[in-house]
Ligand binder design. Structure first.
Ligand code: HGY
Ligand code: MN
Ligand code: MN
Ligand code: MN
Length: 428
């Protein structure tokens, strides 16, 4: 008979939390920046070392490992009925410059530990279970977030764009992939696309990256929706010139144009009428970047999000209008205005939310329904299958900075909820 989770001994859910912490610390050592920060950018040597570390952990947990053309890594535990659609879980291990060691990692190494928890308890899944470590969730190297999960979800636009995309050193995506051992004989990436129905459910464990759970003393966040992200690339060009010799009336300063647009982003976001609208100018580069040379070129990258897609789109439109107006009033050229991505929000699946709620109750853990303001690979996996996310608290909500921290107790709670949820979803 199939092992129904209700006959499943909760007491047997034992997490080796210290081993998990040790793995997180070992993985954090593969970094291009000094501890306690982590920098692990797509297809760099440290990313390749991190990938190898994850594959080793998957193999040690008895998972069979495969990788696709862009380096999405899949660890599979065949169930009693291996031909059924698998239940998948996972996250990412790439890290933006000078960030922390828990973002994404908890959902990959924690998912592998959840598999170990189930194996230790004698559980046998009906459906296969699959742990995924997604390629390049962060937008760092090729300017687009969730690169691996977007392709799995079938993004033709991205598969085409990656044929010509290059990084800041002018290295093409395919050359970078090949340098890391991927994409050898692929030149069209649609081989990465997964068929709908590949998974019966996808669930991601992640730190909250916000302060709510810690502030309210709640152990588990159950995500109901993921906010809609958009990112823009803008460039202005002016005549530049000598900082001493060119008088103010004769200038068309590309740096001031960028600065004015950055403040316009803040204004348009604050005017939206909702606290849920956010906007950030995380990259602002001036060329030639000398104190005594009037910037002749400026490059900014803008990240704006909202839980309401229409409101977010209005902000994007206003930013575009402001960029045009600033170029006219300052006599600079708006040499580039690109919307890199403008994604809809994703809703979690009711049945998956229910499964997580029941798991938290059976484990006597407090929980709270909440939205995710950060985006995740789940945003795109929701296009392939019913999706859900499990949040654990993190210190003061800190993330994308070295002070990021999650306690062993909170990680252990998250792994137990994930393990029990996987047990339920893979028995259906
Ligand atoms: O930016 C994000 O929301 C994600 O952490 N990459
Ligand atoms: Mn049996
Ligand atoms: Mn992140
Ligand atoms: Mn993340």
């Amino acid at each position: 008979a199939i092992h129904e989770p209700h006959s499943f001994q909760l007491t047997s859910l034992s997490v080796d939390a210290q081993a998990l912490q040790n793995q997180i610390d070992e993985l954090a050592a593969f970094s291009d920046s000094p501890a306690p920060s982590v920098t692990r950018v797509l297809f760099t040597d440290n990313d390749v070392l991190g990938r190898r570390y994850v594959k080793t952990q998957m193999e040690l947990a008895g998972l069979s490992v495969r990788e696709d053309a862009v380096g999405n890594i899949f660890g599979r535990w065949d169930g009693l009925e291996p031909e059924l659609a698998a239940v998948a879980t996972g996250s990412h291990v790439d890290a933006i410059p000078y960030s922390g060691k828990y973002d994404g990692v908890v959902g990959v190494l924690g998912a592998i530990e959840a598999i170990r928890v189930l194996k230790r308890s004698g559980f046998k899944p009906r459906r296969p279970l699959e742990v995924i470590s997604f390629t390049s969730e962060e937008p760092t190297r090729f300017g687009i977030g969730c690169l691996g999960s977007r392709l799995l979800a079938g993004s033709e636009d991205l598969a085409n764009a990656l044929k010509t995309t290059t990084d800041i050193q002018n290295v093409s995506f395919l050359d970078a992939a090949r340098s890391a051992g991927y994409g050898k004989n692929e030149d069209n990436l649609s081989s990465v696309f997964l068929k709908k129905g590949t998974y019966s459910a996808f669930i991601e464990l992640h730190i909250e990256q916000g302060p709510i759970l810690e502030d309210e003393g709640i152990s588990i966040g159950i995500v109901t929706a993921i906010a809609a992200p958009a990112s823009l690339k803008v460039e202005f060009e002016g005549n530049g010139g000598h900082a001493g010799a060119v008088l103010m009336p004769n200038r068309n300063d590309a740096g001031l144009a960028a600065s004015e647009l950055a403040l316009a982003v803040e204004r348009h976001v604050l005017e939206s009428g909702s606290i849920d609208t956010v906007g950030t100018v995380g990259i602002l580069e001036l060329h030639p970047g000398a104190i005594n040379s009037i910037p002749s070129k400026s490059h900014l990258e803008i990240d704006t999000r909202d839980i309401d897609e229409e409101r977010r789109n209005q902000v994007v439109e206003k930013i575009h209008q402001s960029a045009i107006k600033i170029s006219e009033t300052r006599g600079v050229k708006l040499s580039d205005f690109q919307v890199i991505n403008q994604d809809p929000p994703a809703l979690s699946d009711e049945a998956v939310i229910k499964a997580v709620e029941i798991a938290t109750r059976e484990l006597n853990l407090t929980s709270k329904l909440m939205i995710s303001r950060a985006y995740h690979d789940s945003l795109f996996m929701a296009r392939l299958s019913p999706m859900g996310m499990i949040f654990i608290p993190c210190y003061k909500g800190y993330s994308h900075k070295p002070e990021e921290f999650a306690s062993i107790q909170d990680m252990s709670n998250g792994v137990k909820v994930l393990a029990l949820t996987l047990a339920k979803l893979s028995s259906q």
